[in-house]
Design a protein around this ligand. Structure first.
Ligand SMILES: N[C@@H](CCC(=O)N[C@@H](CS)C(=O)NCC(=O)O)C(=O)O
Length: 210
């Protein structure tokens, strides 16, 4: 990797890596991404554990500064490169985006974890139907909250695109592409379609859910 460029470690199939890649693409940053995690390994090496003792992806290195936790990375990159635009200056607008980022990490994504894991990663004959259904119901509850919130709003935090759209856009990409029957969510689907039209989202939102 060349010196000085932003470095991202993590396989693109990881929803948490996708957030970071989308943010970098949205900001037009030059970066180099190294596959790590899953079948790529790397995360158990002593060098990697020195960067992230959790052994998880993503990790970034930016001019000697190492950071893990995907939403913290998204906030860091947005605040560094786009204060006042991607990262709102206004305290309340920023808190609004921030709140939805936390909601993605603590509510929406945990709700869909079992459905994703069972339907995408577990062989059909070994699937736990009860776990899938409980996860589907919890995800529908969260999807209903987001769908209702998006009514009358172009983006999650109002009229301007914010980091909340990136992290929830990655979560929605997963939810809307899981092979299961979902309730119709017209506002969420309208918002997701608008995200898919963004050049900065092209790489991530065209990545299959695997
Ligand atoms: N809270 C962490 C979670 C990171 C995480 O769970 N990453 C998963 C991929 S989405 C991981 O590293 N799994 C192990 C692996 O890929 O080897 C974040 O948001 O960055």
């Amino acid at each position: 990797m060349s010196a000085g460029a932003l470095r991202i470690w993590g396989r693109i199939s990881s929803v948490n890596v996708q957030k970071v890649v989308w943010t970098a693409d949205e900001l037009g940053l030059a970066y180099e991404r190294a596959d790590a995690g899953g079948a790529f390994g790397v995360v158990a090496t002593p060098e990697y554990r020195r960067m992230n003792p959790n052994g998880l992806v993503p990790v970034i290195e930016d001019g000697g500064f190492v950071l893990w936790e995907s939403n913290a990375i998204v906030r860091y990159l947005a605040a560094k490169h786009a204060p006042g635009t991607l990262w709102p200056d206004d305290l309340r607008r920023r808190a609004d985006a921030d709140r939805w980022m936390d909601w993605q990490a603590t509510t929406f994504t945990p709700a869909m974890r079992d459905a994703f894991w069972q339907l995408v990663r577990v062989p059909a004959e070994k699937r736990d139907a009860a776990a899938i259904d409980a996860s589907r119901l919890a995800s529908e509850k969260a999807a209903a909250v987001l769908d209702a919130h998006l009514a009358g709003r172009a983006f999650v935090a109002g009229e301007a695109f914010s980091p909340a759209d990136i992290v929830l856009g990655c979560a929605a990409h997963r939810w809307l592409n899981l092979p299961l029957a979902r309730e119709p969510r017209p506002e969420m689907e309208r918002w997701y379609a608008s995200l898919r039209a963004r050049p900065g989202a092209a790489q991530v939102l065209s990545t299959p859910v695997t």
